[in-house]
Design a protein around this ligand. Structure first.
Ligand code: ACO
Length: 402
């Protein structure tokens, strides 16, 4: 392992590593992934244990503070988050400036970015108290903003947060409740969504987290940085993959057509890829995919949808792909997105909102990583180098000679 900075300073050398396949951009104590083993740890705790024993807010506390909360800390943190769930009344006007058929992720980029115009004290982020309040505000307001984006797209009235409900049940109330009827959360479905949040809470230096860090490295407002992360997450190769995966399953349509699509995925001349398969770091099962498959089964059973067509199709596709030479050789396994679309659809979340749910959960990781960067004594503005391959120096010709 070579310290590139020292090497660069002494010799003027630097690495060319497109896609950052083997370049670490930072040191971090937050999340560890062993891609060969298929292991994911948040602050040292296996994701399976966290999904089993903790709720999402405990995981949020852990990611930010490094330790799980005790009962008292948990209660205090939950109360603090509840105090910040409302959004400024003027923010409602931002929604009204968007077309109703706008993609909710486009709305999220704008509205979350606009929070930076409401909280100027967030700029004093060398003060721990200010970093804490920024974290609490955004973690508390994301469910409200996501639910507002959904309600706006539906032309339905916004639902105010209910502080008698816990974090995830309150989100479901704001998504699915109406002013005419008190929303009664189903504990099995609430728990399922809560686990989905936990599974998406952090994933070390993925594209969107690196974007948040890079934006934050210049000293930008944290809400503007989260907005940058949301923009990056939107792409189909990242957070948009669950939406793309569900669309793909619909396109395949029936178990009888799985072979045809597997063949297409293997064809070099066909741009089709199996969505929800493959990962830059996992060269084994994505542990989140296993947990997601279980959550998916639980939700479908609770709703009496055990024979769901897309779930059966996904199980068949997974089985066939995992036995196929191409997928074995390239170490392509299902990732977290493979089952998450099916389970979210069963929960009543429309496809266009899937990536917003991901953004809601990942905000916790983004903020924890943003803070970790700022308090790192080695922290510097992010400034990648490039390998210039353009024209050599030349002179500008007068316009009549070009
Ligand atoms: N279907 C078919 N072939 C695939 C797939 C796939 N889903 N994924 C990778 N491959 C092939 C590539 O064509 C490539 O083949 P080659 O070696 O012959 O050129 C090889 O496997 C390696 O793939 P890369 O794209 O080079 O791997 P990379 O690490 O750059 O990309 C990625 C990872 C983007 C996730 C990719 O596997 C993919 O596009 N998967 C589908 C989209 C998806 O599910 N994204 C969600 C990722 S998880 C997340 O963001 C939460």
């Amino acid at each position: 392992c070579v310290d590139i900075r020292t090497l660069g300073a002494k010799t003027g050398l630097f690495t060319y590593d497109t896609g950052y396949l083997s370049t670490a951009s930072c040191k971090s104590k937050i999340t560890f992934i062993d891609g060969d083993k298929g292991e994911l740890l948040y602050r040292g705790y296996p994701i399976e244990q966290l999904a089993d024993h903790c709720n999402f807010l405990e995981v949020a506390y852990l990611l930010k503070n490094g330790e799980l909360p005790n009962q008292q800390q948990k209660g205090k943190f939950e109360m603090t988050i509840k105090q910040h769930t409302m959004v400024h009344e003027q923010l409602v006007k931002f929604f009204q400036g968007f077309r109703r058929d706008a993609h909710p992720m486009a709305v999220m980029v704008g509205v979350v970015g606009a929070l930076s115009a409401f909280y100027h004290d967030a700029m004093n982020f060398y003060d721990a108290e200010h970093r804490n309040i920024s974290f609490n505000r955004i973690v508390a307001k994301m469910p409200t903003i996501v639910a507002m984006a959904y309600k706006y797209s539906m032309g339905e009235p916004f639902m105010y947060p209910r502080n008698d409900l816990d974090y995830t049940a309150n989100f479901m109330h704001m998504m699915f409740g109406t002013p005419c009827e008190q929303y009664k959360p189903n504990p099995v479905l609430v728990r399922a969504l809560d686990i989905i949040f936990t599974l998406h809470a952090d994933h070390e230096q993925n594209a969107s987290t690196s974007t948040v860090r890079l934006a934050g490295s210049s000293g930008a407002n944290p809400f503007a940085c989260i907005s940058a992360g949301i923009a990056c997450l939107w792409g189909p190769a990242h957070g948009g993959a669950n939406e793309a995966c569900l669309n793909m399953l619909e396109q395949i349509g029936d178990v009888s057509r799985v072979d045809e699509f597997i063949k297409r995925a293997k064809d070099k001349n066909d741009s089709f890829k199996l969505m929800g398969f493959g990962h830059r770091v996992y060269k084994n099962f994505d542990p989140r995919a296993k947990l997601m498959r279980k959550v998916c089964g639980d939700v479908l059973t609770e709703l009496g949808l055990e024979n769901d067509r897309l779930f059966k199709l996904a199980l068949t596709l997974e089985k066939i792909a995992l036995e196929d030479e191409y997928f074995i050789e390239k170490k392509l396994y299902p990732n977290v997105d493979f089952y998450s679309g099916i389970v979210q659809k069963a929960l009543g979340i429309p496809t266009s909102m899937f990536t917003c749910i991901f953004a809601l959960a990942r905000t916790v990781g983004w903020m924890a990583q943003w803070e970790e960067m700022l308090i790192d004594p080695e922290y510097k503005i992010g400034r990648p180098r490039q390998l210039y391959i353009g024209a050599a120096r030349r002179n500008v010709a007068p316009i009549d000679q070009r």
